[in-house]
Design a protein around this ligand. Structure first.
Ligand code: IVH
Length: 679
């Protein structure tokens, strides 16, 4: 074994450098064999010994530690949160087809767009995980960004670094971005849930949720324990595809040492694609990770470019989903759920049954009409199905199993939560609770407010909202901004640290883009897309509040129903009060899109470390961004300024090492002032 018996010998710096490099090379090679190829050449023990020897040498010569050393995968420090970064190009999602007919339609559509041309496809597995973009500069791993909303994601570099199949250095010095899917293998998922069950913690519904939850942890050590993995399927070098076909790019991904899924096929016709689909729709259960379909991509990059994309999807790729998985179980009861807008949804309480890897005990029944149409009764045996969405649905009743003891469902007349009499607007199928103060509505409106596509405030789930409401700590979403640390810390299962995390998340959200706030307010018919459109047309929330019905319907995408609902919403005194509380708390009411102001800091990258006295991190970042500058989470040679506050972290050391310009708080504020004046 290398290194054995030589620990006692004192090495010179030069000798140590050589030995450290030799060990790192060897470890990288064996990591690749083990984690990427799954063909280890040495025992775990031998591997551990190599690591130990490297660790010992690095401890002796700390000046030789580099961030890409195999010993540096798991950071010691908890993270402070996740800054965001933009995706170029955006990370789009895929259109789905569910049958061969639909796939043929897609094929014919692109044949019409590329008349007379031969179209080759590459077929891949659609991994059911979380997509990620990973970047390398000068051959060194620098950043990992989640998909987020496709345009902007969270920077989760330290967490992704813990994935052992990920190379920390590659033999390509140009700027490389690889994209792929992070996932939790089924075995790791089972183990994690089992441990959580033993500790009395809540369970993850499926490996995808567990992956998403894990990537967002602030403790890289815990992330490392959870054994995520990645398959890559895209590569950009200096912003473009390096090779002329997708197949060759997949080859390059492999040559550079990345893990890609070896289940890839080259297809010259839709029939070839169908054969693979037929074969794998059942065999997928044997794979050690979850897949939910195939992804079919046009092979030629040049054809891809000509096909282009719609606002949401590329035209050159499509997901051909595997059939939803079905199960048969019994309806024990039918309960009512009260939504944010007071909509009453009947929910079937089921005898728990395993379906696609999770235990299902509830299914949505949509509305009274649906129940009648499908003749669903309490006590019925039913077929349930999990489609693209998480909540399963009842597909049909197994009539042959009826015993005549089943009870037809009678729609209650009163709200199950507040007792108010339900009403059904003429012409609608949905019953509603009319009580504006109904606690169920309040709870749902707060959950909506914090949700990912609204204010995106993490760490606030159902259990916490329940507690906050019960203790009377919040009466509307704006109250979140007035919570005190002691109040949070005194709640069940909350320590000082979690309380601080919640407060940090709330604080961060004050700086959100305007569309998030518009969406979060919960105006009926105003979803994420409409909120984004409204931001395009109004420079601030005040401008939107003062808009007339005519102003609103002038916007092409806004119809009378939506315009009416917006006017109605802002007239309501309760809503007005909430808005004023949000304003007083310092929540951003302005659009940054309309501020086409000068961009004197364009091209300048700032990194913050430590605490500032005059601004929170979010405010300082917003200041830089408002002047056209960029804020990054890690220091590199490309960083222009590192702003150092009280108790700075390792970024300060790194800045010193790289000779990046360092500013203290006073110098930073002076720079901002000077920049503002000169523009
Ligand atoms: S291609 C622009 N290939 O599926 C093309 N996506 O529904 C986007 N996914 O967001 C992605 N396996 O997270 C591609 N082999 C694969 C994939 C894959 C899983 C995910 C990805 C994407 C989602 C789209």
């Amino acid at each position: 074994m290398p290194g054995q018996g030589s620990e006692n010998k004192k090495l010179t710096l030069e000798e140590a450098k050589k030995e450290i490099e030799r060990l790192r090379e060897l470890i990288r090679y064996h990591e690749y064999k083990y984690y990427v190829e799954a063909q280890p050449e040495i025992s775990d023990y031998e591997f551990d010994m190599l690591m130990k020897r490297l660790e010992a040498l690095e401890a002796q010569f700390p000046e030789l530690i580099t961030p890409d050393s195999p010993t540096q995968r798991v950071g010691e420090q908890p993270l402070e949160g996740f800054p965001t970064a933009e995706h170029h190009p955006p990370m789009l999602s895929l259109e789905n087809v569910y049958s061969y007919e639909e796939f043929l339609e897609y094929h014919n559509r692109i044949k019409r767009m590329l008349p007379g041309e031969k179209i080759d496809y590459v077929v891949e597995m659609k991994i059911d995980g979380v997509s990620i973009a990973v970047q390398y500069e000068n051959g060194i791993y620098t950043r990992a960004i989640t998909r987020g909303d496709g345009y902007k994601g969270d920077v989760v570099t330290e967490n992704i670094k813990t994935i052992r199949s990920l190379p920390l250095r590659i033999k390509e010095t140009r700027f490389v971005e690889v994209r792929g899917e992070v996932f939790m293998p089924k075995a790791a998922f089972e183990k994690l849930n089992q441990e959580r069950a033993e500790r009395g913690e809540s369970l993850f519904a499926n490996p995808r949720n567990a992956t998403a939850g894990t990537i967002r942890l602030l403790d890289p050590k815990e992330v490392a324990r959870r054994k995520l993995d990645i398959f890559f399927y895209y590569i950009f070098i200096d912003g473009d595809y390096p090779r002329p076909t997708h197949w060759e790019n997949l080859q390059l991904i492999k040559e550079l040492g990345f893990k890609r899924n070896e289940l890839v096929w080259f297809c010259e016709s839709p029939e070839d694609v169908l054969k693979i689909w037929e074969e794998w729709k059942d065999k997928r259960d044997d794979l050690p990770y979850d897949v939910d379909g195939l992804v079919i991509k046009v092979n030629s990059i040049e054809q891809q470019k000509r096909l282009g994309e719609t606002a949401k999807f590329p035209r050159w790729a499509i997901a051909f989903k595997f059939p939803a998985k079905q199960a048969v179980t019994q309806i024990i009861n039918i309960e009512l759920n009260v939504g944010r807008t007071g909509a009453i949804t009947p929910v079937a309480i089921l005898k728990p049954v395993k379906l696609a890897g999770t235990t299902v005990s509830r299914a949505s029944l949509y509305n009274e009409e649906e129940i009648r149409r499908k003749d669903i009764r309490i006590g019925d045996w039913v077929v349930i199905e999990k489609g693209g969405d998480i909540i399963p649905k009842v597909v049909a009743v197994v009539k042959s199993r009826r015993t005549s003891k089943e009870k037809p469902f009678v729609m209650p007349k009163r709200c199950p939560v507040c007792g108010a009499e339900l009403y059904r607007p003429p012409g609608e199928v949905i019953w509603r609770c009319p009580n504006a103060a109904c606690p169920a509505k309040l709870k749902e409106s707060i959950l909506h407010f914090v949700s990912r596509n609204a204010m995106n405030i993490e760490h606030i789930g159902e259990a916490l909202v329940d507690q906050l409401l019960k203790k009377g700590l919040i009466k509307d979403p704006a109250d979140l901004y007035y919570l005190k640390k002691e109040q949070l810390a005194s709640l069940e299962r909350m320590g000082e640290k979690s309380a601080q995390n919640v407060l940090d998340e709330i604080e961060k959200s004050k700086n959100n883009d305007l569309w998030r706030l518009i969406h979060a307010l919960g105006i009926r018919y105003v979803g994420e897309k409409t909120a984004r459109i409204l931001e395009e047309h109004f420079p601030s929330l005040d401008a939107l509040m003062n808009a007339s019905y005519e102003d609103l319907i002038k916007i092409p995408e806004i119809g009378p129903k939506v315009a009416d609902s917006i006017i109605h919403f802002f007239k309501d005194p309760t809503n007005r009060k909430i808005i004023e509380k949000l304003r007083a708390a310092g929540v951003n009411f302005k659009s940054r899109k309309k501020e086409e102001g000068p961009k004197p800091l364009e091209g300048k990258t700032f990194v913050f470390t430590g605490e500032l006295d005059s601004y929170t991190r979010a405010e300082a970042s917003a200041l830089v961004e408002s002047l056209g500058g960029k804020v990054s989470s890690s220091v590199s040679r490309k960083t222009d300024f590192v702003v150092v506050g009280r108790n700075p972290g390792s970024k300060y050391q790194k800045a010193l090492k790289l000779g990046v310009k360092i500013l203290n708080e006073k110098e930073f504020l002076e720079l901002i002032e000077k920049t503002k004046k000169s523009s």
